[in-house]
Design a protein around this ligand. Structure first.
Ligand SMILES: O=c1cc[nH]c(=O)[nH]1
Length: 502
C-alpha cells in the first residue's frame, strides 16, 4: 500500500504522519513554483497597466495579502493531512467538492500550456528554424519524462539542483541588460499607463490582476499536507509565506519590469517579450535559464494538475486511471491547446480563473475563520452530496462572470469583478453559516473512531479494497457493517466489487 501511494501520492486519502516529509523536501518541492515565467510577465504587465510606481505598491500589497492567506491554507492541510478537495468537502458536500479539483486542474493545465509555450518560443527564437508547432511537439515530448515524478520522489531533488540556475540566471539577465543598454533604461513601454485615467486606481488594478493566481492556495494545501506539524511555523513563514511570495511575486515582478525597461526597444510588452529580453542579453545561457526554469514550474503544474484531475474523476467513476497516466493525457491536451495560441486569450482566461477560484478560496477561508478549532469532516457518508457552500459558490461566481461581460456598461464593477465576487462569497457564506446551513449530516455512531485510541498511528484494513489506511479516514457506511477507506467510501465500491480481479 505504501509503495502504491509513493506514485499515487495519497490522492484520495489522508496523508499519514509517517509519510510526512522534512522541511527541506517540502520547501524544495514547492520552490519550483517561484520560477513561473508567468510571474515575470505579470510584473511587466502590471507596470504597463498601472505605471511602475503603482505596480510596485500593488505588488507589495499582494505579497502581504497572499502571505496571510497562505498561512491559513497551510495550517489546515498540515494539521489534518488533507488536500484541498477533502478540506472543501465540509463546505460543498462530497459531490459538490468536485468543483475544487476541477477548477484547480483546469487552471494548472492552462498554466502548463502557458509555460510550455514560453519554452517553445525561446527555442525557436534562439535557433531560428522550424515552425513553432514543431517546437511545441519537441517541448511536450522532451519534458514528459521529467513531469512524471511526484512530491515524494522527485520534485524536491529536481528543484534544489535547479534553483541556483533559475535565481542567478534571471538576476544576471537584469544586470547584463542594464550594462548593455545603460542603467537609465527606456521606460516608454510603461508611460501610457502613467498618463491615463483608469476606472480604478493603479495599485488596485494590480491587486485584481494577481487575483487570477488564487489557485496557489488550493495548490498550497495539496503540497502542505505532506509537511510535519512541528514545521508548521517554518512553512507558514518561509515555504508558503512571505519569503515565498517575496521571491515569486516581488522579485520576479521587478525582474519583469527591469527586463522590459532595460530592453528599451519596444513600446508594447508581450508575453514572449520577456523571454526575448533574456535570450538577447544572455544568449545560450539565457536559453538554458529559461528551459531550466520552465522544467521547474511545469513539473509542479503537471503534478498538481494530475493529482487534481485524478481526484475529480474519482468523484464520478469507480475505475479511474493512475496519476502517471494522467500526466501523459495532460501532455496531449497541453500540446493541442498550445496550437490555439494561448497568449491570445490570456486576459480572459485569467479573469475567469480569478472569479471562479477566489470565491472557492473565500468560502474556505471564511469557514476556517468562523470555526478555527473544528476538526474538518471529510468522510463521505457523513456529508450531504451537495452542501450550502456550493450554492454560495455558484451565486458569487455567477455574479462575477456576468460583471466581466459588462466592461462598457459598468466599467468600475467589471474591473473589480473578482473582488466583488470574493466579497459576496464571504458575506453569503457568513449568512448561510449563521442560519445553521451545513454540508455535514446529523451526527451518528462513529464505531471506528470510538474504538481506536490513536487515530493516526493505528491502521485499519478496508473491507472493500483490502488495503490498510490510518483509522482517521476509515468509516462504516450508514447501513453497513463493513469498514471502508476514504477512496472506497467515495467510489461506493462494495465488497462484491472488490472481489473482481484487479
Ligand atoms: O501554479 C502556477 C501559478 C502560476 N503559474 C504557473 O505556471 N503555475
Amino acid at each position: 500500500m505504501v509503495e502504491e501511494q509513493i506514485t499515487e501520492e495519497y490522492t484520495n486519502h489522508v496523508v499519514p504522519k509517517s509519510a510526512r516529509k522534512s522541511r527541506s523536501q517540502v520547501l524544495g518541492s514547492w520552490s519550483g513554483i517561484t520560477s513561473a515565467m508567468a510571474f515575470v510577465y505579470y510584473g511587466a504587465l502590471a507596470a504597463v497597466l498601472a505605471g511602475v510606481q503603482q505596480a510596485i505598491i500593488g505588488l507589495v500589497l499582494v505579497v502581504i495579502c497572499y502571505s496571510l492567506l497562505g498561512s491559513y491554507s497551510v495550517r489546515d492541510a498540515v494539521r489534518w493531512g488533507l488536500n484541498s478537495t477533502l478540506l472543501s468537502r465540509r463546505l460543498f458536500g462530497h459531490k459538490g467538492a468536485a468543483i475544487a479539483p476541477l477548477l484547480v486542474g483546469l487552471s494548472l493545465v492552462y498554466y502548463a500550456v502557458f509555460e510550455g509555450t514560453i519554452v517553445a518560443v525561446a527555442l525557436q527564437s534562439y535557433f531560428n528554424v522550424w515552425d513553432i508547432r514543431v517546437w511545441y511537439a519537441i517541448v511536450v515530448v522532451g519534458m514528459l519524462p521529467l513531469m512524471l515524478g511526484g512530491m515524494q520522489t522527485w520534485l524536491s531533488k529536481l528543484n534544489w539542483v535547479s534553483l541556483p540556475i533559475y535565481f542567478f540566471g534571471v538576476t544576471a539577465a537584469v544586470l547584463f541588460a542594464g550594462m548593455q543598454v545603460g542603467w537609465v533604461g527606456d521606460w516608454s513601454a510603461f508611460s501610457a499607463a502613467a498618463s491615463s485615467t483608469p476606472a480604478i486606481p493603479g495599485w488596485l488594478t494590480v491587486f485584481v490582476l494577481y487575483m487570477g493566481i488564487f489557485v496557489l492556495f488550493p495548490e498550497t494545501q495539496d503540497a502542505a499536507r505532506f509537511a510535519k506539524e512541528r514545521d508548521l511555523k517554518f512553512h507558514q513563514n518561509v515555504t508558503f509565506g512571505w519569503a515565498f511570495y517575496g521571491v515569486a511575486y516581488l522579485f520576479n515582478g521587478l525582474v519583469g519590469i527591469a527586463i522590459v525597461g532595460f530592453a528599451g526597444s519596444s513600446d508594447e510588452v508581450s508575453e514572449s517579450g520577456v523571454v526575448q529580453g533574456i535570450i538577447d542579453t544572455l544568449g545560450l545561457v539565457g536559453l538554458i535559464v529559461i528551459v531550466v526554469s520552465q522544467i521547474r514550474i511545469n513539473s509542479a503544474n503537471f503534478y498538481f494538475a494530475s493529482v487534481n484531475l485524478e481526484r475529480f474523476v474519482g468523484h464520478f467513476t469507480k475505475r479511474g486511471i493512475s496519476r502517471k497516466a494522467w500526466v501523459v493525457l495532460i501532455s496531449l491536451v497541453v500540446f493541442v491547446l498550445m496550437l490555439t495560441n494561448v497568449f491570445s486569450y490570456i486576459s480572459v482566461a485569467l479573469a475567469w480563473q480569478a472569479v471562479l477560484i477566489v470565491t472557492l478560496v473565500g468560502i474556505m477561508a471564511t469557514h476556517s475563520a468562523l470555526n478555527p478549532r473544528q476538526a474538518p469532516e471529510f468522510r463521505t457518508h457523513r456529508l450531504k452530496a451537495v452542501g450550502p457552500g456550493f450554492m454560495v459558490w455558484i451565486v458569487s461566481s455567477g455574479v462575477g462572470i456576468v460583471l466581466l461581460q459588462l466592461p462598457a456598461q459598468a466599467p468600475v464593477l467589471s474591473a473589480l469583478a473578482p473582488m466583488i465576487s470574493l466579497g459576496l462569497a464571504v458575506l453569503l457564506y457568513i449568512a448561510v453559516h449563521l442560519a445553521g446551513g451545513s454540508a455535514v449530516k446529523e451526527r451518528r455512531a462513529d464505531p471506528v473512531r470510538d474504538s481506536v485510541e490513536d487515530l493516526w498511528n493505528v491502521r485499519v484494513e478496508c473491507d472493500s479494497c483490502e488495503r490498510s489506511y490510518v483509522a482517521q479516514e476509515m468509516d462504516v457506511p450508514e447501513q453497513g457493517q463493513s469498514v471502508q477507506c476514504l477512496a472506497c467510501q467515495e467510489s461506493k465500491r462494495d465488497l462484491e466489487d472488490a472481489a473482481l480481479p484487479r
